[in-house]
Design a protein around this ligand. Structure first.
Ligand code: NIG
Ligand code: FE
Length: 412
């Protein structure tokens, strides 16, 4: 099957083969071609370039070829969302009221709400129903231009419920057209039955959850919420040590609530990404230099919880890469709209539209281990593409962030 997209006003996000992430100054550039065409064969980008002549189905009739008229719109790679918790049951709209009334994220959690509230709801929900609710969110983010998503467990907090979540993620992987990576986040909070026995809960994660998860091949990555009031650096190291025995690479929640040491322990264990980073000092920037770990910031969480925004510009200035992701979850970021994330990158973190687009595509693809097959317009990559209505510029995408500009989404 061959598809030809023609009359592309601007084809943006082009990268040569082999570029897996963009760092420092390179983040400020987005390669594009005006008046372009692009060919998809068997779900992959097989060819693209300037469209020098009129191209339309009538003049180029070939069998089994589909023609898509982009009508002067932009064509760009789909967003990659490298950090989400979209498998959850129900929602936490009650806590939203507490939050508005002035309670902090930590205060809500300390009262037994927060993640534990979601764990209770998940426990009462069947696997089928959890899949149904989660697929609604998968379809929602896909319609907003997300072509790859990482999904974490972490609302189970018992062996059986963590496995239930991860099996739902596997089902999404098998049934959804978008690319999905699964992340085991057993250490998201201490399960209710282990209240006051945190170290024993860490033992449970290491000695019972991880072996089962590995045995069933349910996780691409392992995660720990390494932060004040959650898990310590030592506990994180214990879990990562164990995960390494099973060959599971970490991605870490770090420095959301406090400067936690999570970045350093992540780098030490070769984490693919360290995420959140709302609270960071120069020491974290230093720790990341020369590592393969992608600093990933979640401005939707800063927006929703009223936290500081990550210091993305300082990271880029230091020659580092930065990725942005949605953190879509019921407690700290109930939105998976990556275009809004891209807009927050510009408006709140003062990234240029080019830097913010790269952070939401190629670099977030790297942060979930798929930048060899997604995240840019490159021959051989999966054709997960957004076609927009005609727009005046790349900046228009984050600038006019509520205007519905998506004309069509192509997944493979
Ligand atoms: O990334 N910080 C930890 N985990 C999620 C929030 C989870 C929740 O509140 O349900 C986050 O923000
Ligand atoms: Fe998160």
């Amino acid at each position: 099957m061959k598809t030809i997209i023609y009359n592309i006003g601007k084809l943006v996000g082009i990268l040569p083969e082999g570029v897996l992430k963009l760092e420092g100054e390179a983040m400020g550039h987005v390669e594009s071609i005006e008046n372009a065409y692009l060919v998809i064969e068997d779900g992959l980008i097989s060819e693209f370039g300037p469209q020098n002549e009129e191209l339309s189905p009538a003049e180029n009739v070939a069998e089994a070829t589909e023609y898509i008229d982009a009508k002067g719109g932009y064509v760009m790679p789909c967003f990659c969302d490298s950090h989400t918790h979209i498998v959850y049951a129900g929602c936490r709209d009650g806590e939203f009221r507490d939050k508005i009334a002035g309670l902090s994220y930590e205060e809500i959690a300390a009262r037994g709400g927060g993640i534990l509230n979601s764990a209770d709801l998940l426990h009462e929900t069947s696997e089928d129903e959890l899949y149904r609710q989660s697929m609604e969110r998968v379809n929602e983010i896909m319609s907003m231009g997300t072509g790859a998503v990482e999904i974490k467990s972490g609302y189970g907090l018992t062996v059986e419920d963590e496995l239930k979540m991860l099996r739902v993620i596997r089902r999404i992987k098998e049934s959804s057209p978008i690319t999905v990576k699964a992340n085991f986040l057993g250490a998201h909070a201490v399960g209710r039955a282990y209240r006051g026995r945190q170290s024993e809960y860490v033992d449970l994660v290491c000695n019972e959850m991880l072996p089962r998860v590995a045995e069933e091949g349910l996780a691409d990555y392992v995660d720990v919420f390494c932060d004040a009031g959650f898990f310590t650096v030592e506990e994180t190291a214990r879990i990562l040590e164990k995960a390494a025995e099973y060959g599971i690479q970490p991605k870490i929640h770090a420095n959301e609530l406090e400067v936690s040491g999570g970045v350093q322990v992540g780098v030490q264990y070769n984490a693919l990404s360290v995420d959140h980073l709302e609270k960071t000092t120069d020491a974290e920037i230093e720790a990341l230099r020369g590592s393969g770990t992608m600093p990933t910031m979640l401005p939707g969480c800063s927006f929703f919880l009223g936290l500081p925004y990550g210091r993305a510009k300082d990271y880029i200035q230091a020659g580092l890469p930065v990725a942005l992701a949605s953190d879509y979850n019921p407690g700290s970021s109930p939105s998976g709209n990556m275009r809004f994330v891209m807009a927050l990158g510009c408006i709140k973190m003062r990234l240029t539209p080019e830097q913010s687009l790269n952070a939401c595509t190629i670099n977030s693809a790297y942060a979930m281990g798929v930048s060899d097959i997604l995240g840019s317009i490159t021959v051989g990559k999966k054709a997960n593409l957004i076609i927009t209505k005609p727009i005046p510029s790349l900046a228009f995408i984050p600038y006019s962030h509520q205007t519905p500009i998506i004309e069509k989404i192509i997944i493979s």
